[in-house]
Design a protein around this ligand. Structure first.
Ligand code: THU
Length: 147
């Protein structure tokens, strides 16, 4: 299911993602990422990246946000995702930040559960790239594929 979403919603969600980036714990990469997710009931859930001294254990902003939703037992309709990132205090001022491959798969899990193909907005100095999960992760494997 796809939903049309207006520009005000995009701006509001991106502002929430930028605020969330301020909470990042990213002392190793110094790249602060914020993600904001719009759910079917209008709720906005945010996350920021959380790194680890064992670098490979770091968690991306999108994954942190989605883990929080699913761990509460919620199975919402995910309508939209906004992602931003950059140097501390400068989110959105560099190249567009698209969700990493692992995050695409994590987003797909919650999207399939709720039966949506969320809009994904990627912040950057050249403007916000608007795409859809199905474009970022075509032929995705998810819960539906397990039969
Ligand atoms: N990062 C995210 O939080 N989300 C993404 O989709 C891309 C990468 C984080 C991981 C790491 O903490 C930092 O950005 C640099 O890669």
């Amino acid at each position: 299911m796809t939903t049309e979403i207006n520009g005000d919603t995009r701006d509001t969600l991106m502002a929430a993602a930028r605020t969330a980036a301020g909470g990042a714990y990213a002392p190793y990469s110094n790249f602060h990422v914020g993600a904001a997710l719009l759910l079917g009931d209008g709720t906005v859930v945010t996350g920021a990246n959380v790194e680890n001294a064992s670098y490979g254990l770091s968690l991306c902003a999108e994954t942190v946000a989605i883990a929080g939703i699913l761990a509460k037992g919620d199975r919402p309709q995910l309508q939209a995702v906004a992602v931003t990132g950059g140097a501390p205090g400068a989110a959105g001022q560099g190249p567009q930040v698209t969700p990493c491959g692992r995050c695409r798969q994590v987003i797909n899990e919650i999207a399939q559960l709720g039966g949506t193909d969320p809009v994904v907005w990627c912040d950057g100095a050249e403007g916000v790239l608007e795409t859809r999960l199905s474009e970022l992760l075509p032929y995705a494997f998810g819960p539906a594929n397990l039969g």
